[in-house]
Design a protein around this ligand. Structure first.
Ligand code: GLU
Length: 298
């Protein structure tokens, strides 16, 4: 496994990171996250890193990435250089996937999104409920997990597109003690029990991107020696998957702080397409950094 994916030696200073994806413009929710990370690092004598999470090569663009730098600089933030860009570290994610594969925990998954949807719809037509993950997406069906090796090889040789998924039950079988994480955020606090099984066989590498959010975020937090992950409460449940991957790969877990979310007028979490709460739009309207801090409740 590449050296950079190993857990860094214990750092003497706390290390924080803001890790946006350049697939849209930053809004007030991102401002809260970035400012909190920056403020907590400053208050604790820590380091503040910026990581560009651009594994999705179809949705992430240089234009959005440049806008991130511009918006964060406008907020008065300073981050260490060089910035880690995930698209430059696919070899590290590949090595992590290889390690899990050697442990017998990974299988090729051939069903398309449409096929899964059709399967779920047919099952639910009878009034039954297909199990769903905490984000509301249907759990991946069993078929590919049970497929024989010869058939898998044949499908791959025939060029059938496939992702790679984690065999969740098998992975959990390797974990001896209950999985927990330390949480200091705005929701539940203290030692939180991680229940990764609610996510089913999570995706580790996609057919259109050589990694997945879960795998790259876990490997990068370890590679960068992140001691404190400060991010929105929308990622609280996903932490269970990150804890499992850390345990399987022998990585040191950070402390987690999941902060409140900024809601739009419709009471829903802000999305990157909502121009009115976009930082660039607010800047153009003449708002100051102080105004932004007030708007996000800091
Ligand atoms: N890249 C993720 C996002 O923009 C955040 C990942 C994280 O903080 O763990 O939502």
């Amino acid at each position: 496994m590449a050296e950079e994916t190993m857990s860094a030696s214990p750092p003497d200073k706390p290390v924080y990171r803001f890790a946006p994806s350049p697939n849209g413009f930053l809004h007030l929710g991102h401002a809260l996250s970035a400012l909190l990370n920056h403020d907590m690092a400053a208050a604790n004598g820590g380091r503040f890193l910026l990581r560009i999470e651009d594994i999705d090569l179809t949705r992430c663009t240089p234009r959005f990435e440049q806008a991130i730098y511009r918006d964060l600089a406008w907020l008065g933030l300073e981050w260490e250089e060089p910035v880690r860009r995930q698209s430059e570290h696919f070899d590290a994610y590949h090595a992590g996937l290889g390690r899990l594969t050697e442990m017998g925990l990974v299988y090729p998954a051939f069903l398309t999104r449409g096929e899964v949807k059709a399967r779920v719809a047919a099952f639910e037509a009878d009034g039954k409920n297909w199990p769903r993950d905490p984000d509301g997406s249907p759990l991946y069906p069993d078929d590919d997990r049970h497929r024989g090796e010869t058939e898998r090889r044949k499908l791959i040789a025939n060029g059938v597109r496939h992702a790679f998924r984690l065999d969740m039950q098998k992975a959990l079988g390797l974990i001896a003690a209950p999985l927990n994480w330390s949480e200091t955020g705005d929701g539940e606090r203290g030692e939180i029990r991680a229940e990764p099984s609610v996510w089913g066989d999570v995706i580790l590498s996609r057919s259109d991107a050589p990694s997945s959010y879960h795998l790259s975020v876990t490997l990068d937090d370890a590679a960068q020696g992140i001691t404190h992950v400060v991010r929105g409460l929308d990622l609280f449940e996903a932490t269970a998957v990150h804890r499992l991957l850390q345990e399987l790969l022998g990585l040191t877990p950070p402390v987690y702080h999941h902060h409140r979310l900024i809601m739009g007028k419709d009471g829903r979490k802000l999305s990157k397409s909502e121009g009115s709460t976009g930082l660039a739009a607010l800047r153009d309207q003449g708002l100051s950094i102080g105004d932004i801090r007030r708007l996000v409740g800091l």
